[in-house]
Write a protein that binds this ligand. Structure first.
Ligand SMILES: Nc1ncnc2c1ncn2[C@@H]1O[C@H](COP(=O)(O)OP(=O)(O)O)[C@@H](O)[C@H]1O
Ligand SMILES: [Mg+2]
Length: 217
């Protein structure tokens, strides 16, 4: 539709096994039912050919012990490409974009899990996308042990992050909680420890509320 302006940017965050990828189908169903034209579903790290190649490097267990700095820079290199080639042009065309992870994950995993700290991540964020952030972020909040049990059932081989210890995931989860507390207007927290149908209902309600808020303005 001409002149409908910029689409909305939704991100989905949470630890391994939180149910991020699973809930995308619910988000898609709600957006399509609301008549949103061709919402784009993408992921980070990834979303472009270059980004997907970097994702392969980041998840590859052969790079165990990669420095936190190299990890954060690689994630942001993929993100710069994703924003320039996919996210921004799609939003500018008026379509909604839903990304399975975004910069909050870097605060959680590299800032919290790896101990790089918020300030270092914030420097890269300012460099790559100053003044740009998601319109809404769903944090699928899960106990590390619950997520781990789901991953163990899902995958034969654990990737480089899935091999991390519980202390890494506790620090990452705490960082996610700090992000959500600092920006309550952007974040919505979903209790992702619950059964799949319950999580889907929570996600549905939060996306419907976002659509409702838009139609009121
Ligand atoms: N609420 C839930 N309860 C139980 N199992 C779930 C739930 N949500 C997802 N799963 C299953 O757990 C695994 C991990 O879910 P997934 O969506 O891939 O998580 P993520 O993308 O956050 O790592 C999948 O096998 C999925 O079918
Ligand atoms: Mg996933």
């Amino acid at each position: 539709m001409a002149g409908r302006g910029r689409g909305r940017f939704i991100t989905v965050e949470g630890l391994e096994g939180a149910g991020k990828t699973t809930c995308l189908a619910t988000i898609e169903a709600v957006l399509r039912a609301a008549g949103e034209p061709e919402p784009l579903f993408t992921r980070e790290p990834g979303g472009t050919p270059f980004g997907e190649a970097l994702r392969g490097v980041l998840l590859d267990p052969q790079y165990q012990g990669m420095t936190a700095e190299a990890e954060a820079l690689t994630v942001f290199a993929a993100r710069a490409e994703h924003l320039a080639r996919v996210v921004r042009p799609t939003l500018e065309a008026g379509r909604w974009v839903v990304s399975d992870r975004f910069t909050d994950a870097t605060y959680a995993y590299q800032g919290g899990g790896r101990g790089l700290g918020d300030a270092r991540v914030a420097e890269l964020e300012a460099w790559v996308h100053a003044g740009f952030s998601p319109d809404r972020t769903l944090l699928l909040d899960v106990e590390p042990g619950v997520g781990r049990a789901r991953i163990a059932a899902r995958d034969a081989d654990a990737d480089r992050f899935e091999r991390e210890r519980d202390a890494f995931f506790r620090a990452a989860r705490a960082a996610y909680h700090r992000r959500a507390a600092a920006e309550p207007e952007r974040f919505r927290i979903v209790d992702a420890n619950r059964p799949e149908a319950d999580v889907a209902a929570q996600v549905r309600a939060k996306i419907e509320a976002l659509l409702g808020a838009r139609s009121e303005t």
